[in-house]
Ligand binder design. Sequence first.
Ligand code: NAD
Length: 399
Amino acid sequence: MIVKPRIRGFICTTSHPFGCASNVREQADVTRELGSVAGCKSALVVGCSAGYGLASRVVAGFGCGANTVGVSFEKPPETDKPASAGWYNNAAFDLFAREAGLKSTTFDGDAFSHEIKRQVIDELQANYEPIDLLVYSLASPIRAHPDSGERYRSVIKPLGEPYEARTLTLDVLKGTGRLTPISLDPATEDETVATIAVMGGDDWRRWVDQCADEGVLSEDFKTIAFTYLGNELTYPIYRGGTLGRAKEDLDRTCRELNEQYGRTGAEALVAALKAVVTQASTAIPVVPLYFSILFKVMKAAGTHEDCIAHINRLFREQLYGTEPRRIDEESRVRMDNFEMAEAIQEEVRQRWQSINEENLGELADVEGFAGEFLKIFGFGRDDVDYDAEISDLASVVRP
Ligand code: NAD
């Protein structure tokens, strides 16, 4: 089969096995080139197959030399349909980790369920040293509650007032875009509660508690979850909206975990990360326009980072660094310092005001955004022959 990108809006229904493997290889190489990090030895990454979770697993493995267990929800290939990109990323990670002499086990299934937690903990008890790092990097639209079975669906909506703005509609394959108006009604109370149930701290706490209760966490473990803060342009749809409420719950959970486990030297952290193109972030209205303006400004300033550069800096500078951490008044680790730098934000604000169809390509990195989006699915790489026939859709290695 020859695999080409099949795109509808911000969804790509195909992914390229060798392209995904090359992405993971590149992340591992970038990490190795930065040198080793004295950090974790045994790590669990929940949400390991893509975006910030994958980058965390790569840095834990290829930077710290840790054995890793990962959990994610991905689709295997079918006879005539490639797997999801995350499935290929996991297969490539497991392969490269083993080549490097690292233990690596990946579980595919619903991280919210009791069943997957059981399987993961059984594996950790049987085959791994107690974990000293638990990364929680889930981004999910839906959660079936593990006790009640109730299904919660998260929504990305403003609170209180309707929100009207412009966003970017992309033609990913051409690398072009146009500005389109969007209008969102405020969330209902039930929708807000559901979003907190899916994207808040409850499941993070369940992972930590169960791992601690069953003896698979080291006494001085670290656990980290990720948040986004953004600015006043993204505020109505992010921090001031339903997702922001869920992230406040994550901050609360972090404080509670520290109270509960801090005595033995363990610590829970929430890191505010920068904007990057992932499957989760492109689903947020307004984000494509804000991100593509931001990327153009940050690239010009020389401060732009992709997932792997950002997570390397997180591990090397903040998580396992020797200097005092960059912590805000809510005790969050601030990794978004380059994005939030006043000069960057001022330039983004000005461009946001003056952007129109004519100057879009000049003020925003539409092509870069589209390229990053394609790359998530293993497309648009120079080192992959996209016209070549693939004989085995389940392999990330060319026979
Ligand atoms: P992503 O879409 O790239 O990855 C999400 C991961 O969650 C994947 O591994 C997916 O398989 C997994 N997943 C989803 N539902 C699951 C389930 N039920 N069971 C098991 N695994 C499941 O997302 P991302 O953008 O890397 O987001 C990760 C975290 O980082 C989120 O908390 C997000 O809010 C945060 N964050 C993202 C950005 C950004 O710009 N992308 C910025 C700051 C913070």
